[in-house]
Ligand binder design. Structure first.
Ligand code: ZN
Ligand code: ZN
Length: 336
């Protein structure tokens, strides 16, 4: 099958790759669309990944598609069903799985890959799509599911003042979820001025560059920012997140850092503010809710997706990212 494959750091090729085998209890999905995730760029750069990488391996994991065939014993799906797949498989038997924390599964495998014509997934990781949800939008299910988990941790209450640091693809999803959660004021902190119009359209009440220290400080003092979510994963953004948090605030560090990065925190400031600092890891039990949100139109997918690429064009995007900085890029995998 045709696949966008990572052969080693910096070595991405569009090539023929063995089609995964249909086994009992699994579902074979013909992939329609696959989103490019920030973590794909981390993998291409040779950075540490959540699961060990065994080269060569297809990139991507944010897919939608159509069931091609089902393995022995599969009862919930049949050929032709429209689906998305949760790429994080867990064993259900280890300590963390038994404690209801499957995302920390000790036997976790990243079983499903995305930028290839077929994926084979355990049945329990496959989700039906409602007829009213198109496959293009449904490719957002995985990133939205991760954002829903982040929102659960952020726990916005109606009327809260909330700050969002960074408006890439994830920030654009998060901003809409924060607005839908009933936030009172929403401050978007973003260095790229070109994002202002979109931020305001999607419900921001303020759009400020973190470099404009004076405005940032004045706003933080005036608004009493109760919830802060950081969606970049770099130190300056994390420092901004901690700085704007009010006394008693919750700060969620959602952006994925480099494994080697450390963040110096002034613990005296944190002590005076009695901060709750959380981190958010993948998407436990949130895939169905993500599908529901995408289906009911609460998220404007066309504001999140900035570009569609063919598999051929994807090779160039990994070598020289143009669109991924602006928003979500979706790769068309299905044969036309
Ligand atoms: Zn992802
Ligand atoms: Zn487990």
């Amino acid at each position: 099958m045709k696949a966008v494959v990572l052969y080693g750091p910096g070595d991405v090729r569009l090539t023929d790759f063995p089609t995964p085998e249909l086994k009992p209890g699994t579902v074979k999905v013909a992939v329609s669309y696959c989103g490019i995730c920030g973590s794909d760029f981390h993998k291409v750069a040779g950075k540490k990944n959540t699961h060990a990488i065994h080269y060569p391996v297809p990139l991507g994991h944010e897919i939608s598609g159509i069931v091609e065939a089902v393995g022995e014993g599969v009862t919930g799906f049949k050929a032709g069903d429209r689906v998305t797949v949760d790429p994080n498989w867990s064993c259900g038997k280890c300590y963390y799985c038994q404690q209801g924390m499957p995302s920390f599964c000790e036997n976790a495998r990243g079983v499903v890959k995305g930028m290839c014509e077929y994926v084979v997934s355990p049945e329990e990781s496959v989700y039906h799509l409602p007829d009213s949800l198109d496959l293009h939008t449904a490719a957002l299910a995985e990133p939205v599911a991760c954002c829903v988990h982040g929102m659960d941790l952020l726990a916005v209450q109606p009327g809260d003042a909330v700050a969002l640091v960074g408006m890439g693809a994830i920030g654009t999803i998060m901003l809409q979820l924060i607005k839908n959660a009933g936030a009172g004021e929403i401050v978007v902190l973003e260095t790229n001025e070109a994002k202002r119009e979109l931020a305001m359209e999607l419900g921001a009440t303020y759009f400020v560059s973190p470099a404009d220290q004076e405005t940032v400080n004045t706003l933080a003092e005036k608004l009493h920012i109760k919830r802060v979510i950081e969606c970049v994963g770099i130190r300056p953004a994390q420092k901004t997140a901690l700085a704007v948090a009010d006394k008693g605030a919750t700060v969620v560090m959602f952006g994925v850092s480099d494994a080697a990065d450390e963040l110096p925190i002034n613990l005296y400031d944190a002590f005076l503010k009695e901060l709750t600092i959380k981190t958010s890891f993948v998407n436990p039990f949130t895939t169905q809710r993500a599908i529901n949100i995408l289906n009911n139109g609460a998220l404007k997918a066309d504001k999140i997706i900035c570009k569609d690429l063919t598999m051929e064009e994807t090779i160039e995007e990994f070598a020289n990212p143009q669109y991924s900085r602006m928003g979500k890029v979706i790769v068309t995998v299905k044969r036309e």
